[in-house]
Design a protein around this ligand. Sequence first.
Ligand code: Z5A
Length: 266
Amino acid sequence: MGPISIRLVASTRSVYTYGAKRPAWWVFVENKVLFKRKRKAVKGVGMGASVSESVGANIGRFITMEGTEGVGKSTNLGFVRDWLTSRGIHVVVTREPGGTPLAEEIRHLLLSNRDEPVFPLTELLLIFAARAQHLEQVVKPALARGHWVLCDRFTDSTFAYQGGGRGFDRAQIRQLETLVQGTLRPDMTLILDIDIELGLSRARQRSEPDRFEGETIAFFQRVRGVYQELAASAPERYTLVDAGQPLAAVQEDIEQVLVTLLDGRG
Ligand code: Z5A
């Protein structure tokens, strides 16, 4: 029989993410968790105290994946899920708009091509309506159970598409963000970045364009610009990954981020 791998992974990041009094740590044997000491969340302390405030003491992590069309979110979401699951972490994979039956109906309304014009305010409110349902029904309960939530798009999409793309005032989006989410924000966001035309050509090979995919190149350039700004504004929260590389290279970059996150150094 070969050597057995035993790893101790500690997280000190919790000090600001969860307002924890002590670090969390896990013992992995052959990549399965043998023992875990949980964080003790303290209400109202630190940046991510928002999560504990909203969902209670036993909390998981909230990871979101963002980017413009055809950037490879779905493909890489599967990679992240498998990577975390193989390390003994319970992962809930979900998406926005959507993630519950009602929110999926709203998604259908939003994405369908139609003759009637959809006004930007209508679009914005539908997106936050779907988000409210999704948060209460899926995201908060999962985090409260200590599961990790991996979400394909979240409010950064709203800043990018409705803010950058449609030209909505960022302060107004922030008001809705606060109304719907309170202080709940993702712990970590991967932004996959790609040349717009390359992403669109990938997306179009796969399916017919939906209402968003029919937008102009200039629209998507503005969306991409907002993502790049967000990434530069808070590097502790966002990582911009070059998604124009071959898939293996993209996933190597993502793995680096995950290792750092698990090590608690991110
Ligand atoms: N929206 C909004 O406006 N405001 C909001 O707040 C929210 C959303 C939450 C639906 O999103 C729409 O909702 C979205 C914005 C709006 N606009 N649109 N359209 P969506 O995420 O469901 O739709 P999407 O952005 O178009 O995602 P997608 O089409 O599912 O693409 P993807 O997940 O990013 O890509 P993929 O399916 O993983 O990959 C596309 C193809 O490329 C596929 O064949 C892969 O095999 C291939 N691929 C992936 N990576 C590579 C690499 N590295 N090399 C080569 N080929 C690759």
